[in-house]
Design a protein around this ligand. Structure first.
Ligand code: NAP
Ligand code: ZN
Length: 367
């Protein structure tokens, strides 16, 4: 630890980190680099809890290095700028999503697809080029190259808006790329959680007819009355699933756990597209025969590039698309993770980092 480059950095920061695969988060001291060159430093005000945070703190994907400070739905205010910064000034509101670096050279970076750069650096659980681990937004301060910071739309709430930086872009990007943003088409959204409920809102804003496909019958009324879905399909009801066969042009599947995809392929029209954005810990079975009968497509998508993330949040602000959030203090985070694992959240937890991290840190001690 003593030789770790992170300890050489001058900006003291505190955070909540998981130390092992129990995933339990507790106070953690570390340091970040000073804002130099194109860097901006921000005071983190809010950070959403993505299911990916839960996968990572529990090492469900098998590559977690501890300690890990999760958080990639970060909203805050700029407190320092490096000498070369052009996009931001002190006091500006900014967002940071899932990426804090990429090579900036390859053809993916050159075409605003940093999210597919082979040298991408994720906001947490990765390493900067000097070897320093990346630590995410469950921390009081972030330092990030301005290229990877998003300009916050005016009069747009930071607390409810921050989940868009992952949940938003991860659904907006595939809806657009796979041409499922056309008015009048029928979109299914599987799994009404953080990503799913935002997918409903974007698909509606694009003019689609939207059906929520869910294991939770109790979400029906809200899906329709609050989120604006046109209909609700309980995935556990074989008769209703049968009645919906061959009706959907595209489906966004956000389920976080291993599950069969055949029932959703059956819902597609010929040439329909099933986009699996959920990231279960084990591979899913691919029923080729049912794809061939209608030349259907199963694909996936990962977050989005910086330019598209900016477009997404500007679009959200223009169309008043805001996630439904439950704002919590940081010392509630372990309970929130337990509730998220059980699907007990409508529909995104957001941690009030700005008001609670310091006091919770002082009360809980540190290590
Ligand atoms: P979430 O809030 O927990 O929502 C997941 C939803 O899936 C649940 O609300 C539930 O919806 C459904 N579900 C959960 N377990 C299920 C099971 N065993 N069988 C059937 N349905 C189940 O999670 P999230 O934050 O939206 O993230 C969803 C997934 O997307 C995670 O795996 C995450 O890592 C991944 N992700 C991917 C990207 C990307 O770029 N591709 C980006 C961010 C996150 P119902 O109650 O309605 O059934
Ligand atoms: Zn995420």
């Amino acid at each position: 630890m003593a030789s770790s480059p992170e300890l050489k950095h001058p900006v003291k920061s505190f955070a909540w980190a998981a130390r092992d695969k129990s995933g339990v988060l507790s106070p953690f001291n570390f340091s970040r680099r000073a804002a130099d060159g194109h860097d901006v430093q921000l005071k983190v005000l809010y950070c959403g809890i993505c299911h990916s945070d839960l996968h990572m703190i529990k090492n469900e994907w098998g590559f977690t290095e501890y300690p890990i400070v999760p958080g990639h739905e970060i909203a805050g205010v700029v407190t320092e700028v490096g000498r070369k910064v052009q996009k931001f000034k002190i006091g500006d509101k900014v967002g940071v999503g899932c990426l804090v670096g990429s090579c900036r050279n390859c053809n993916k970076c050159a075409t605003d697809l940093e999210n597919y750069c082979p040298a991408q650096i994720l906001t947490y659980g990765f390493h900067y080029t000097d070897g320093t681990p990346t630590y995410g937004g469950y921390s009081d301060i972030m330092v990030v190259d301005e290229h990877f910071a998003i300009r916050w739309p005016e009069n747009f709430p930071l607390d409810a808006g921050c989940p868009l930086l992952c949940a938003g872009i991860s659904t907006y990007s595939p809806l657009k790329y796979f041409e499922l943003n056309k008015p009048g088409i029928h979109i299914g959204v599987v799994g009404l959680g953080g990503l799913g409920h935002v997918a409903v809102k974007f698909a509606k804003a694009f003019g689609a007819k939207v059906t929520v496909i869910s294991t939770s019958a109790g979400k029906k009324q809200e899906a329709i009355e609050k989120l604006g879905a046109d209909s609700f399909l309980p995935s556990g009801d074989p008769e209703q699933m049968q009645a919906a066969v061959s009706t959907m042009d595209g489906i966004i599947d956000t389920i976080s756990a291993v599950h069969p995809i055949l029932p959703f392929i059956n819902l597609l029209v010929p040439h329909g597209k099933l986009i699996v954005v959920g990231a279960p810990e084990k591979p899913l079975e691919l029923p080729i025969y049912s794809l061939s009968m209608g030349r259907k497509i199963v694909t996936s998508s990962s977050i989005g590039g910086l330019k598209e993330t900016q477009q997404m949040i500007d679009f959200a602000a223009k169309h008043n698309i805001l996630p439904e959030v439950e704002v919590i203090p940081i010392d509630y985070v372990n309970t929130a993770m337990e509730r998220l694992a059980k699907g007990d959240v409508k529909y995104r937890f957001v941690i009030d980092i700005g008001n609670t991290i310091k006091s919770a840190f002082d009360m809980n001690g540190n290590s």
